[in-house]
Design a protein around this ligand. Structure first.
Ligand code: FE2
Length: 244
């Protein structure tokens, strides 16, 4: 069999992502068993993808000039149902805390190591009843919200994909650890500011503390403009063609 007649793993992943997400908005993603089955297959496929499958190699040069984008993005494909691409982080780079409103996401490390901290907003009104034990009073008039740190951990090529949903782990910040790092990223549906899915950035104002032993950290977040030291450049995707 000729080598190029074999379907690439990234094509299989794209097809499965479409299968998983194309009618998710109408059927209600997380409450649907068919969706969960498709998603589980997608996670299994993503677990197998490597940088070599996408013709990507970890860079030899590890320093970064200040004029260079700290993060670059390789666009692979986008449909109404999902977008897929690769984020490449230079040494010391961070993708600041941001959200994915109403979206699902999956992230699989291709090389290097990243630290990911995931938060969720809590439905607590900012006002008189929103003071906490630390006596912190959130500024009025700003886009301030209470959130909880759900998970924090390091991910490498050996790690399972990191999965987020509209309701769980929806906000995250991602730091390259000990050198450059890259990850394959799937977002479903894609960001679309015209459909209520714009990307917002946040800063942790104050850690509220833990209600009880073993529970998660609660924090105050404030929405901020995109930080000056973070911007994302583009670079060509060198891997197999993908069509959906
Ligand atoms: Fe993200």
């Amino acid at each position: 069999m000729p080598k190029n007649s074999k379907t690439s793993l990234i094509q299989t992943i794209a097809s499965q992502a479409y299968q998983t997400f194309h009618n998710g908005a109408s059927s209600g993603f997380g409450e649907n068993n068919v969706f969960l089955e498709h998603q589980a297959v997608l996670v299994t496929l993503l677990s197998k993808i490597t940088a070599a499958d996408l013709n990507i190699a970890s860079p030899k040069k590890v320093s970064r000039k200040s004029a260079e984008a700290p993060v670059t993005y390789m666009h692979i494909c986008e449909t109404d149902a999902f977008s897929m691409g690769v984020f490449l982080l230079k040494p010391g780079a961070s993708i600041p805390l941001h959200d994915h409103p109403g979206m699902n996401g999956m992230l699989k490390v291709l090389y290097g190591k990243v630290n990911i901290r995931c938060y969720d907003k809590l439905e607590i009104a900012v006002g008189a009843d929103a003071k906490d034990e630390s006596q912190f009073e959130p500024p009025q008039g700003d886009a301030v919200s209470r959130a909880v740190l759900r998970t924090s951990g390091q991910f490498t090529v050996q790690s399972a994909p990191c999965v987020l949903s509209p309701a769980k782990d929806n906000l995250h910040e991602i730091d390259a650890v000990d050198g450059p790092a890259a990850f394959l990223d799937i977002l479903a549906p894609p960001y679309d500011p015209n459909d209520g899915r714009d990307c917002h950035y946040y800063k942790v104002l104050q850690t509220v503390g833990r209600k009880e032993q073993g529970s998660e950290d609660e924090v105050w977040l404030v929405e901020i403009p995109q930080p000056d030291d973070f911007w994302c450049g583009g670079e060509p995707y060198p891997g197999p063609n993908v069509s959906v």
